[in-house]
Design a protein around this ligand. Structure first.
Ligand SMILES: *Cc1c(COP(=O)(O)O)cnc(C)c1O
Length: 457
């Protein structure tokens, strides 16, 4: 009998009392939850001692793996010094001061300001409120609209979900008014026949210009973009895209905000995704890797211009009227300082650079596979897009849940990867060894064949 069918198993208990975020309920009830007990390096172990190589670094973020003692000790030390505090009323933990300095130092900005909170969603909400606050103070209260892209993911709170370009948000009656989604910048899927990648980028840039003209530049507060769409399926920007987009935004004086929650701190092989793709944003949103996933923390990093604007607006109302109880939590800040040091100086980023060519090569070996339509890679993340027919690029019937089948087959072989639409997503931890990279791809190949052999192809 399966664990999930035994009344008091961890699996049955997990289902009884948990509202699972973003989980296919039919698959959950059939397979049961994987209830995890501990982790070590890139591996996690469930309550039955089964071992999984986590090729998704938790949810993109556990990039230092699961048993990093430097991170655990940074947290323990800070729990003993000052276990919690806020940043309201002019009081602030020393670690939050140090983290603010560090984030400006490693940012593309000469000077700026940092606001800390606990999640990417909160950080995006905060950024939108900062734009609204500054515009209102400057006499442009109608300059409120937010531009994002279809397929973009910015979080789940009401504003962040409104920014997110995913169909499931309609179930909540979202987006809110004034959140406008531009076309998804996925060349392979959305290019017109014969259109080059540059022409595709040009068409998307023209669309941006048209939308700005249609809505009126004076009504638009900002444009938010992930350098590489992450939860949209690891979609790197088409050639020339950000150069064209940044020029248009700058012409209309619309701030460009880089949502670096996934890309930031090394995922693309540089500190920031905007560095990898050659553009300079006006602000950066960071989370996930910021603490290597060891503590919930996020940062809004404002470049000089936005920092000055929010400062002036705050002085106008005597304060910046926004903040969370956990803003600048000292343990999160201490962990982040350690995590940033590990990534930049402790070998994590250099290992990403070292392994990326191999990762890229192993990913592209799947290009020849009869059911892989597109292979996408950006630094140390990638996606395999499955198709029923390579010629016509026709998808598998959705009821087959092809990517879920593959992820399930991989899990049965001890590999965690993520199904996302018709794609399988990989974003391994930065500490991976050569042998573990081989293990990952060997298990993935076997998992894909297991899943395909279970259906008629
Ligand atoms: C995960 C993610 C978010 C949301 O972060 P949470 O901490 O889950 O709220 C925002 N933007 C991007 C690009 C993300 O990947």
């Amino acid at each position: 009998m399966k664990y999930v069918e035994q009344a008091n198993s961890w699996e049955a208990r997990a289902i009884r009392n948990t509202l699972f975020p973003f989980t296919d309920l039919e698959i959950l009830s059939r397979r049961g939850a994987a209830v995890l007990e501990r982790g070590e390096g890139p591996y996690v172990f469930d309550v039955h001692g089964r071992k999984f190589l986590d090729a998704n670094s938790g949810l993109w973020n556990m990039v230092a793996g699961f048993g990093n003692s430097a991170l655990a000790e940074a947290a323990t030390r800070q729990f003993e010094r000052l276990p919690g505090y806020h940043s309201f009323f002019g009081r602030i933990p020393d670690q939050a001061v140090a983290l603010g300095e560090k984030l400006i130092e490693v940012s593309p900005f000469e000077a700026g300001k940092v606001f800390l909170c606990s999640s990417g969603s909160e950080a995006n909400d905060t950024m939108v409120k900062i734009l609204w606050l500054a515009n209102g103070f400057e006499g442009f209260p109608h300059r409120r609209k937010i531009l994002t892209r279809s397929g973009g993911y910015h979080g789940v709170t009401a504003v962040a979900a409104s920014m997110t370009g995913k169909p499931y948000n309609r179930h909540f009656g979202l987006p809110l008014d004034g959140f406008i989604h531009l076309s998804c910048p996925h060349y392979w899927r959305f290019a017109e026949p014969g259109e080059s990648e540059r022409e595709f980028s040009r068409r998307l840039a023209d669309e941006l210009k048209d939308v700005i003209r249609r809505e009126g530049a004076e009504t638009i507060a900002g444009f938010f973009a992930e350098p590489v769409l992450g939860a949209g399926g690891v979609i790197p920007p088409p050639e020339g895209y950000f150069k064209l987009v940044a020029a248009i935004l700058s012409e209309f004086e619309i701030p460009l905000i880089a949502d670096e929650v996934i890309c930031g701190f090394g995922r693309t092989g540089r500190i920031w995704g905007c560095e990898s793709y050659g553009f300079k944003p006006d602000a950066i949103i960071s989370s996930k890797n910021l603490t290597c996933g060891y503590f919930p923390l996020a940062a809004v990093i404002l470049g000089d211009s936005l920092a000055n604007r929010v400062q002036a607006a705050s002085e106008g109302s005597d304060e910046f009227p926004h903040g969370f109880t956990a803003s600048g939590h000292p343990v999160g800040c201490a962990v982040a300082l350690e995590a940033i040091d590990l990534i930049l100086n402790g070998g994590l980023l250099s290992n990403v650079k070292r392994l990326s060519p191999q990762f890229n090569q192993r990913m592209h070996e799947f290009a020849a596979h009869r059911h892989v339509g597109e292979v996408r890679v950006a630094g140390f993340m990638g996606a395999l897009e499955l198709v029923a027919d390579k010629e016509t690029r026709e998808s598998f019937p959705s009821e087959l849940k092809i990517s879920e089948r593959i992820a399930g087959a991989c899990e049965d072989r001890g590999l965690i990867c993520r199904p996302l639409g018709d794609s399988v997503i990989l974003c391994p931890p930065f500490i991976l060894s050569d042998l573990q990279l081989d293990e990952l791809f060997d298990k993935l190949s076997l998992g894909i064949e297991d899943a395909l052999s279970g259906i008629q192809t």
